[in-house]
Design a protein around this ligand. Structure first.
Ligand code: BG6
Length: 467
């Protein structure tokens, strides 16, 4: 196998670490939210999660035994700066030093996400990403990480999913602060993009070896109808989900029609300062991380109102998604869906990658997440997850085809390394290559069929177009 291509899997701190009050860690907005009465859909917490904080070596060893050569994880801001700003916490730095060194011991390349949803509670209380002050605070935190870990970490990620996170926080309203207000959403997302640009530029100024990118949940968009209205809806969906992030971090500027639409919606955009334009220009990414899960079919909106439903219970019920004045999402009844309503369409990744090649020919892509959530079960012979194997196989094959057709894809990461806390979906929605028996005292790890499938695939594909 050619060793250049990164074959890995991914997690995020709050979803797997546990140890929520250990090692001098401060509280994050997720710690507080999960312990509040607002957490009433699947009322569980990440207090212990997979106990990765203590069991990380076992998890990393299993990755290596499964043929993986890379691990994407996130740093909890609250372990480095318990209050979000101020004094560094050496115990937290030591933990991530151990994690990184263990990766290297097992010949696993670490890919480090600086921010993956968990915000220090004091910063959250001061307005979180809606408050422009956070841009400087995030930069200070990022600089500490570059300084402490930059000698060994070659792949950095500034922010995970500015789009999806803010949609959940301010659109669906199922993540803290649990509001439905898109005007506030765009403001928070703008500050995330600004913070990411500042950190990218700062990373390059340090002349550290390696690359820095942003992880964007990006979606292949299909027009439901081939009419002028249908094509407009597809473009508006593209702006909403993809271009409002990707154009900014890859090309260094907001699309003009995106800004015009915010103005047409009557939103206050006075938080967009003229001098920020130079920051975005200077702070473009070295590579684009893509979290790939599903595609969207865009239709003209059926009315002026915004309707954002979400399925966090896996009850198979159809939900509506419409952004008034922009588009609504349609559905292909013939396509298979998960109990959470996610359409299974692996070939759509090929379309997305070819579109990214067309738009950003000089920017390499990393598939930083790809996976499918389901209710897995342990049997006497292990965990059989044929649906996951089929889904992942489809993606790997179509990504391979895109590489053959000239896309510069540098790596592929399955979400997730092991089962993790699935945010508001709790623990029943499992994505892992490794099953976690949450009822057992030692949180037993059981490799699923997909773990062995991935190991074989890495061996086989490593000899083909990959790498
Ligand atoms: C991505 C996130 O959006 O999707 C992960 O980066 C998340 O943190 C994953 O867990 C799956 O989403 P969910 O909500 O089903 O856990």
């Amino acid at each position: 196998m050619n060793g250049n291509f990164l074959w890995g899997s991914a997690t995020a701190a709050y979803q797997c670490e546990g140890g929520w009050k250990e090692g001098g860690k401060g509280l994050s907005n997720w710690d507080v939210f999960c312990h509040s009465e607002k957490n009433n859909v699947n009322p569980v917490t990440g207090d212990i999660a997979c106990d990765h904080y203590h069991r990380y070596e076992e998890d990393i060893r299993m990755m290596a035994e499964g043929g993986q050569n890379a691990y994407r994880f996130s740093i909890a801001w609250t372990r480095i700066l318990p209050e979000g700003t101020g004094e560094k916490n050496q115990e937290g730095i030591d933990f991530y030093n151990r994690l990184i060194d263990t990766c290297l011991k097992y010949k696993i390349e670490p890919l480090v996400t600086l921010y993956h949803y968990d915000l220090p509670q004091p910063l959250y209380e001061a307005g979180g990403w809606e408050n422009r002050k956070i841009v400087d605070q995030y930069l200070d935190y990022a600089e500490i990480c570059f300084k402490e870990f930059g000698d060994r970490v070659k792949y950095w990620i500034t922010i995970n999913e500015p789009n999806y996170e803010t949609l959940c926080c301010y659109g669906f309203g199922n993540y803290p602060p649990n509001v439905q207000n898109l005007e506030r959403r765009w403001r928070a997302m703008y500050h995330m993009m600004l913070a990411s640009a500042r950190a990218s530029a700062a990373f390059r100024e340090r002349k550290l070896p390696g690359m820095i990118g942003l992880v964007s949940d990006s979606y292949p968009i299909v027009a439901g109808k081939d009419t002028p209205e249908g094509l407009r809806a597809a473009h508006m969906a593209d702006l909403f989900f993809n271009l409002s992030v990707n154009e900014v971090c890859v090309k260094g500027a907001y699309p003009r029609d995106f800004i015009e639409q915010l103005q047409a919606d009557g939103y206050d955009i006075s938080y967009m300062f003229k001098e920020d334009e130079a920051v975005f220009e200077k702070g473009t990414v070295d590579y684009l991380g893509i979290n790939a899960y599903n595609r969207y079919i865009a239709e003209p909106p059926q009315g002026p109102e915004t309707i954002l439903d979400v399925n966090n219970t896996g009850d198979g019920k159809k939900k509506r998604f419409q952004i008034g004045g922009w588009f609504c999402l349609g559905e292909d009844p013939d396509m298979e869906k998960t109990p959470w309503g996610m359409e299974i369409c692996p070939r759509s990744i090929y379309d997305l990658l070819m579109e990214l090649k067309r738009l950003y020919p000089d920017t390499p892509v990393m598939i930083t997440e790809n996976g499918v959530g389901n209710y897995d079960e342990v049997t006497d012979e292990g965990v059989h997850d044929p649906y996951r194997v089929a889904y992942l196989q489809g993606y790997v094959d179509w990504i391979g085809k895109a590489i053959e057709d000239g896309c510069d894809v540098r790596g592929y990461f399955v979400w997730s390394t092991m089962d993790v806390y699935s945010w508001i979906n709790g623990y029943k929605k499992r994505y892992g290559l490794v099953y976690i028996d949450y009822d057992s005292e030692d949180l037993r790890r059981i490799p699923k069929d997909s773990y062995y499938w991935y190991k074989n695939t890495i061996e086989e594909k490593g000899r083909t177009c990959y790498g």
